[in-house]
Each structure stands twice: as structure tokens, then as C-alpha cells.
Design a protein around this ligand. Structure first.
Ligand SMILES: C[C@](O)(CO)[C@H](O)COP(=O)(O)OP(=O)(O)OC[C@H]1O[C@@H](n2ccc(N)nc2=O)[C@H](O)[C@@H]1O
Ligand SMILES: Nc1ncnc2c1ncn2[C@@H]1O[C@H](COP(=O)(O)OP(=O)(O)OP(=O)(O)O)[C@@H](O)[C@H]1O
Length: 295
């Protein structure tokens, strides 16, 4: 038993949210997937996945999952089955979730939950798979899963799976979720999406070049609630979209500035179905700390 396993066999695994600090689409592959360039910033905030190994081989979701997600579609359950089959593992697991990350918000919640299941069960089942193999399995579940498996802020290319760790300065974020569920697959098909952005370099990004998100103009035009959030956030800083939206954020160098900005948001925005909160940028995923605690 490890220091963080409860008496009844459960252990807790953080599943942090992410932000895409920019997102350019540079092309499209023959299979329809889009080539992109982005920077993933992990946050010190997110869901918590609970895992308890079972000797009978059954994978079961306990206590309900993310709202509206059936057990068979749940990325956590799919991740556990994928890992079990890949390793011909005879053990099973009970899986629970404390959900905080808004769904369909571009904060990567489902992908992060899946990554935490892969990483957590790899430890609990004693499989000994390396990070690269876990990331490869994760990619079969979704383009955003590998970065959560690796647990480092990263520059990403390809369909988001070619990752290069990147050092980012400390930052706090004002996050806002307009409550609009952005359908990632449909947005990638939008006719007005810019798919031929000229490639940029890591050096260009780090030197402070202003880089946007290809989905921002599409979503602002289609969703009045997203446009309203952008207008409100523009009063306190430079708003950006994360992933395929609809979540938005403003970056600050310190917590105090972020708190002042949150307090300055118009009351009308928050009463109209938009939620806003603060989170600190992580240097590395808290999931990696959980793995170290387990060893
Ligand atoms: C927008 C981002 O969140 C940026 O981090 C990701 O690219 C999306 O990652 P994700 O939610 O894990 O997406 P997936 O579940 O892999 O893909 C959902 C759908 O989006 C489209 N898709 C996704 C990623 C990509 N590089 N090109 C695509 O065209 C595909 O139609 C795919 O069927
Ligand atoms: N454990 C899970 N948590 C959240 N969503 C899940 C989960 N399992 C499956 N899903 C499905 O995944 C969809 C996307 O949810 P998610 O919260 O990952 O969105 P997202 O943050 O926009 O993703 P991304 O930024 O990776 O595109 C949900 O609408 C839901 O149908």
C-alpha cells in the first residue's frame, strides 16, 4: 500500500486541465486530421480520478461519471480497457471521478481523465509500461491525451502528438467558460477555418510574437455567448480561446493581478451562464507527483 491509498483501496490521481496558448492549423492529412502547431500549458487545477484495482478483471465506473457520458463511451473506461487488452492484464479496476473541468470547453478534461487512468493503472497493476508506450496508447483515444500522459508543458506539432517540452514562465490565468459546448469534430470541418497558417517556430513563440487560435474567429462569429465573453475579458487583458473552445482565458504574471481582473468582470457576464475562475499555470503535471508518491 502506498502513502496515498485509502484503507478501502482507493487512490487519487490528479487530472489537470490544459490551455492552448495559441493554435495554428498548418495543413490537413489524407485521413482528414489537421496538422497544427500549438503550445500546451498545464494547469495546477482540474479533475481528480479515483482508482481501485479489482482482482476479478472487471472494469467498472463507480458513482456516475461526467454528466451525460455513458459508461461505455467514457474515456476513462475506454482507457482502462485499452490498457488491460494491450497488456493482457487479468486485473480490473473501479474508476470514479470528481469532475471540475467544464466539458466541451477546450480545457481537455476527458483527455486528461483518460491519461490519468492510463498512468495510474500502469502503476497500480504493476505493468511497467514506459511513458512513450502509454502516450502511444493514449493517442488512440484522442489527440490531446499524449500531452497529459507526458505531463510537461509542450510545444506540439503533427496532430498534436509530436511533443517537445517547453519551459514557460510562471503565470496565473483568469478562465471563463461561456457554457457553450464546442463540438471539436464539427469545428475542424468549418468552411471558414484557416487551415494554411504559415508555420511558426518555438523561438518565434518564446520571443513574444502574438499568435492566435484558428478557432477564435469561427466561434466568435457563430456563438454570441463567446463573443460576449471576449468583449468582457478584453476590458481586463488580452483574451484567447483554448483548444476548439468555447473556454477563454487571460494570462497574468501573478495571482494578485488575476484576482483584480476577476473582481472587475461585469456582473452581467457571470449571471448570464458564464462561469469565471482562476488557476495557476503548472511547471509540470501534478499527475507526475502522484506517480512519484506511488513508487
Ligand atoms: C483542438 C485540440 O483540443 C487542441 O489541443 C485538439 O486538437 C483536439 O483534441 P481531441 O479533443 O483529443 O480530439 P480527438 O478526439 O482526437 O478528435 C476529435 C475530432 O476532431 C478532428 N481533429 C482532431 C485533431 C486534429 N489534429 N485534427 C482533427 O481534424 C477529427 O475530426 C476528430 O475526429
Ligand atoms: N471522462 C470524461 N470527461 C469528459 N468528457 C468525456 C469523458 N469521457 C468522454 N467524454 C466526451 O468527450 C467530450 C469532450 O469533453 P472534454 O471535456 O474533453 O472537451 P474538451 O475540453 O473540449 O476537449 P479538447 O480540448 O480535448 O477538445 C464530451 O462532450 C464527452 O462526450
Amino acid at each position: 500500500m502506498t502513502g496515498f491509498t485509502t484503507a478501502d483501496g482507493w487512490s487519487a490521481w490528479p487530472a489537470p486541465a490544459k490551455l492552448n496558448l495559441f493554435l495554428h492549423i498548418t495543413g490537413r492529412r489524407a485521413d482528414g486530421y489537421h496538422q497544427l502547431q500549438t503550445v500546451f500549458r498545464l494547469l495546477d487545477w482540474g479533475d481528480t480520478v479515483h482508482l481501485r484495482p479489482r482482482a476479478d478483471g472487471v472494469i467498472a465506473r463507480i458513482g456516475g461519471g461526467a454528466s451525460g457520458v455513458t459508461e461505455v463511451d467514457d474515456l476513462m473506461v475506454r482507457a482502462a480497457i485499452l490498457l488491460k487488452n494491450a497488456c493482457k492484464c487479468l486485473q480490473g479496476a473501479d474508476i470514479g471521478i470528481e469532475k471540475r473541468i467544464p466539458m466541451g470547453g477546450g480545457f481537455g478534461g476527458g483527455s486528461s481523465d483518460a491519461a490519468s487512468v492510463l498512468v495510474g493503472l500502469n502503476c497500480l497493476w504493476g505493468l511497467g509500461l514506459g511513458e512513450a508506450r502509454l502516450a502511444e496508447l493514449g493517442q488512440a483515444l484522442g489527440a490531446d491525451v499524449p500531452v497529459f500522459v507526458r505531463g510537461r508543458n509542450a510545444w506540439a506539432e503533427g496532430i498534436g502528438e509530436r511533443l517537445e517540452p517547453i519551459r514557460l514562465p510562471p503565470a496565473w490565468y483568469l478562465l471563463a467558460s461561456p457554457g457553450v459546448h464546442a463540438a471539436t469534430a464539427a469545428l475542424f470541418q468549418a468552411p471558414d477555418l484557416t487551415r494554411d497558417a504559415p508555420p511558426v517556430t518555438i523561438a518565434g513563440f518564446l520571443s513574444g510574437a502574438v499568435l492566435g487560435n484558428a478557432f477564435e474567429p469561427v466561434l466568435r462569429c457563430r456563438e454570441p455567448a463567446v463573443e460576449a465573453v471576449f468583449e468582457a475579458l478584453a476590458r481586463v487583458g488580452t483574451p484567447r480561446l483554448t483548444g476548439s473552445g468555447s473556454g477563454c482565458f487571460v494570462e497574468f504574471a501573478d495571482r494578485g493581478s488575476a484576482e483584480t481582473a476577476l473582481a472587475a468582470l461585469p456582473a452581467g457576464l457571470l449571471s448570464s451562464g458564464t462561469s469565471a475562475w482562476l488557476a495557476r499555470g503548472a511547471e509540470r503535471s501534478p499527475l507526475l507527483d502522484a506517480v512519484e508518491q506511488h513508487l
